[in-house]
Design a protein around this ligand. Sequence first.
Ligand SMILES: C[S@@+](CC[C@H](N)C(=O)[O-])C[C@H]1O[C@@H](n2cnc3c(N)ncnc32)[C@H](O)[C@@H]1O
Length: 258
Amino acid sequence: MPQLIIAGLGIQDLNQMTLESIEALKAADQVLYLGTQFDRHSSLLSLYGVRSITNIFSLYEAGTIDDANYVRIYEHVVAVAQANQLTVLLVPGHPRIGVTLVQRLESSAPIALRILAGISSFDTLINDLGRDPLEYGSIVIDANRALLFNKLWDASLDCYLYHVCSVGTRKVHVHDAQKDNDWSHLKKHLLKIYSPESIACLVSSSMTNASEPTNRSAALSDLEQLLPFVHFGTTLFIQAQRPKQLNREFYLRLAGDL
Ligand SMILES: C[S@@+](CC[C@H](N)C(=O)[O-])C[C@H]1O[C@@H](n2cnc3c(N)ncnc32)[C@H](O)[C@@H]1O
């Protein structure tokens, strides 16, 4: 029976691909590449022993409705997977973080599917920022979902706000993330949770061997200052603030163990 394996490319060139993913690539009849760095990666993937690789990112039309892109890519992936014994689909980062195509394939593709864990931007972000996500607790959330469901969280958690490249729009302008990007609503929403002086950081983990991570900060009252720097590899991070409450009874219980 034909099988489709979805594997993650990691974030920084191919340094963060797992051995498990590389083994799958070697065994594959067809590899479909949905990353953004095909020219940089294709020769190295060939060295890994990949027999046949196609760049399917070209099926993604910038500036059109995101969902229409994913329907087109979904149909192509299913057709290739049905015509081969083993197909590997390569996606950026970890396949389970922010890749709606993966959910669509999992819920309705008529093929056997396996998803391999990979290194995500969340992994690289906590490393670049030097944060343990358990230390203060963390919220990882899609910006559009936060606004759509009016989600308000506790400011004493670290916050990683994903997809700030396309707020309030279903169109994805891959080369100009400022276009149609409604940060005024985003700012209004964040000001329901944080004070205007709270610092927001637009962070990008390095995506190539030759570059460094970037981190630009502004007070929430001046959030629009960061907009010119937003792109598809940036996440907005807001550091946890001092908690306002302490459960004294629980504290005494822990203290009693000392
Ligand atoms: C479609 S999701 C894909 C995420 C990917 N599957 C992963 O595991 O990181 C894209 C979002 O991931 C985040 N992202 C991707 N690359 C990043 C990077 N190099 N640094 C920071 N955030 C990144 C951004 O929030 C971006 O809007």
